[in-house]
Design a protein around this ligand. Structure first.
Ligand SMILES: [Zn+2]
Length: 207
């Protein structure tokens, strides 16, 4: 049975779906893995995660903002392909079972303003950067890991005070709907259900 059957496809004007790994423009691996496995640019989440995300709608209506979804459910076979592209610990978790994305219990997000422009954050989502993407694809992750420090919730830098405020505001918002940041706090864009990594939510494959 396909894992897709128990999931909700995000199809609501308050949310903009533009999955990183469906295309090549904002993709650290450079390979459109979600297209390759047949998922395409479709964001699926567990119904419990959709229940949480829906709680944002009054806020999004009031402000005119939208939530951009960069990643949602990552089928197990997609995760394996992603890890094969960059087989280094610290980038993708080697075991799909340890990724809440494979359990459809996590999303990678950023807020868009009323004109559809993404707010400034300390890095792009996934700490995407064209220069580092090239290095990472060549197997050199050292520079990227240094840069990744800017993606931490704990990173402080007065010269980008607005971006830090936006990061903290996104966290306040996502926590207000019952989601939590990534446990290591190293990715400002990643939010998940409090029980995202438990056996309540098994990893799911597309096929
Ligand atoms: Zn994530």
């Amino acid at each position: 049975m396909s894992g897709i059957e128990g999931l909700i496809k995000i199809n609501d004007p308050h949310f903009v779906v533009d999955l990183m790994y469906a295309g090549t423009m904002h993709n650290m691996t450079g390979s459109p893995v979600y297209e390759e496995i047949g998922l395409g640019n479709n964001a699926y989440v567990h119904p419990d995660l959709w229940e949480a995300l829906k709680r944002l709608i009054p806020y999004l209506d009031k402000t005119g903002y939208r939530l951009k979804i960069y990643d949602a459910w990552r089928p197990v076979e997609a995760h394996k392909r992603l890890f094969a592209l960059i087989p280094q610990d610290g980038f993708f978790i080697p075991e799909p079972s340890k990724s809440p994305h494979c359990r459809a219990t996590a999303v990678d997000v950023a807020l868009l303003d009323a004109d559809g422009n993404e707010f400034a954050y300390p890095t792009q989502v996934d700490a995407y950067d064209a220069k580092y993407a090239k290095e990472v694809q060549a197997g050199n992750l050292k520079g990227f890991f240094e840069y990744l420090k800017k993606a931490s919730h704990l990173y402080q830098d007065e010269s980008i005070a607005e971006a830090i405020r936006n990061r903290d505001e996104l966290r306040r918002l996502m926590e207000s709907i019952g989601l939590v940041p990534v446990p290591r706090m190293h990715e400002w864009w990643h939010y998940e259900l409090p029980e995202a990594r438990t056996e309540k939510y098994p990893p799911l494959s597309l096929r």
